[in-house]
Design a protein around this ligand. Structure first.
Ligand code: DON
Length: 310
């Protein structure tokens, strides 16, 4: 499979490089609108310890909502299943930044991957500290997971979202009214915007996702989370990782995945591979257009799609 995997990754990267339709870069965060849409990267970290890459796999990009997976892992480590008193576990069927459900559902967001849910998760991670403490913690967590201390925040992206994140401000204030955001809204959003502005390459992201491929184990030894927690995070990525397009992603790609508006997607094939793909152009649901196509092709050609037996 490994020799084949190299050929498949090279082929998929070549296909995506030549694609005509590339989607549109996110424009609601002005700094992301400047990114060159012609880029494409792919990295696959395998359970047997290899990393196979194609295209711009070492170029850094804004991980945005993919950070929500790592933030959720940290928050579950702090408060355990009590987290689910404040955040649901159902697909939302609405856009990532939607506010409509919050009123009907009394300020409890549908899941931890829509913006409202991720803001509550950040509120938990703040734990009475200043944003820089929570931000330092998530960065150190990523350094440990990826084995790479160069992962850092793009301050221009964080500043750009801080200046333009009016919907997130509305969501956070709304949930504060229900006491589901408990810190000062500016502190929570400061931590949230910086977490989203973390920059990683596909290689770094595929390496960071390995604990979800390995049933919660760190590939260097030791445990990041229990097997049950790793499996549940994967379940949430499958059902909620692509917002109102999660059903379509599960149907087409058939593996758990989490997207970000920077154009990245992290995907996990339990026991086999941790995958990161990046192409900045998005589809109408705010998920990478070519990233989704590339994962569909990769999963089909490797046989990893849709709960295939080993
Ligand atoms: O809060 C936001 O709107 C962005 N920082 C993250 C949104 C995002 O990545 C949605 N994913 N596709």
């Amino acid at each position: 499979m490994t020799a084949d995997l190299e050929a498949i990754v090279t082929d998929v990267a070549a296909m995506m490089r030549g694609a005509q339709e590339r989607g549109s870069v996110a424009s609601y965060i002005p700094e992301l609108a400047k990114v060159d849409a012609s880029q494409f990267g792919l990295a696959v970290a395998t359970a047997d310890g290899r990393v196979v890459t194609g295209g711009d796999a070492d170029t850094g990009f804004s991980i945005q909502s993919i950070s929500k997976v790592f933030a959720l892992t940290l928050a579950l480590g702090k408060v355990g299943d009590q987290l689910w008193d404040r955040v649901g576990r159902e697909p939302s069927g609405t856009a990532f930044n939607s506010i409509v459900q919050l009123e009907h559902e009394h300020g409890i967001p549908r899941n931890p991957f829509i913006n409202a849910g991720a803001i509550v998760v950040t509120d938990i991670n703040l734990g009475g500290h200043q944003p820089r403490v929570a931000i330092g913690e998530i960065l150190r967590f990523l350094h440990y997971l990826a084995g790479d201390d160069d992962i850092a925040i793009n301050e221009a992206v964080a500043a750009s979202e801080t200046a333009s994140g009016f919907r997130n401000m509305a969501l956070a204030n709304y949930m504060r009214a229900f006491d589901n955001v408990r810190h000062d809204v500016d502190l929570v959003l400061g931590a949230y915007f910086h977490q989203c502005a973390i920059e990683m390459s596909c290689r770094q992201l595929a390496l960071a996702g390995r604990y979800l491929m390995l049933d919660g184990r760190h590939p260097g030894g030791g445990r990041v989370v229990s097997p049950r927690r790793a499996r549940r995070i994967n379940a949430l990525m499958l059902t909620c990782g692509h917002y109102d397009a999660s059903g379509d992603f599960a149907f087409r790609v058939g593996i758990p995945g989490k997207s970000g508006v920077g154009g990245g997607i992290m995907a996990v094939v339990p026991g086999r591979a941790s995958i990161a793909v990046w192409s900045p152009g998005l589809n109408a649901s705010g998920n990478s257009h070519l990233g989704t196509l590339a994962l569909e092709e990769l999963a089909r050609r490797t046989g990893w799609a849709g709960f295939s037996p080993p």
